[in-house]
Design a protein around this ligand. Structure first.
Ligand code: FES
Length: 142
């Protein structure tokens, strides 16, 4: 069964940023790629390096010699140990996408839960209004 874990307020991880969180004994990196959040295990499939500490970049492509352009900027992470590269969006290896991948986790962004305010109970203590404006990032893990 999947469980959702709050890992950060949305404002904590700006575009291009990351946060490494410990969730149920696992080290997981949460990345903001152009306003979308993705989570991968901080454990490189090659030799168990700290993948989420690596440099985030993209690809340089050239259709003709001398004409280079950047693509997929901010979507690729390079392991700091030996340079293996992985797609932050799906965990696939850039070299062997069919055979090697890093574990990914579902990420959702949700606002504060307001459901409890609609439940009527027979006895009430004095209450004060509390406002939570920020949204939170949740990672689902088994
Ligand atoms: S441990 Fe990541 S590339 Fe070797």
């Amino acid at each position: 069964m999947m469980a959702k874990h709050a890992v950060a307020a949305v404002g904590e991880i700006p575009r291009g940023g990351r946060k490494i969180a410990q969730i149920k004994g696992r080290s997981i990196g949460i990345f903001n790629v152009e306003g979308e959040f993705f989570a991968i295990l901080n454990h490189c499939p090659h030799q168990s390096g700290p993948l989420c500490l690596g440099q985030v970049s993209g690809f340089v492509e050239a259709n003709v010699p001398g004409e280079y352009h950047f693509t997929r900027r901010g979507e690729i992470i390079r392991c700091p140990w030996h340079g293996w590269e992985f797609d932050l969006k799906n965990g696939q290896s850039c070299i062997e996408p069919d055979h090697t991948r890093v574990r990914t986790y579902k990420v959702t962004v949700e606002g504060p839960n307001r459901d409890s305010s609609s439940v009527e109970l027979p006895y009430k203590a004095e209450t004060y209004p509390v406002t939570i404006n920020d949204q939170y990032i949740f990672v689902e893990i088994p």
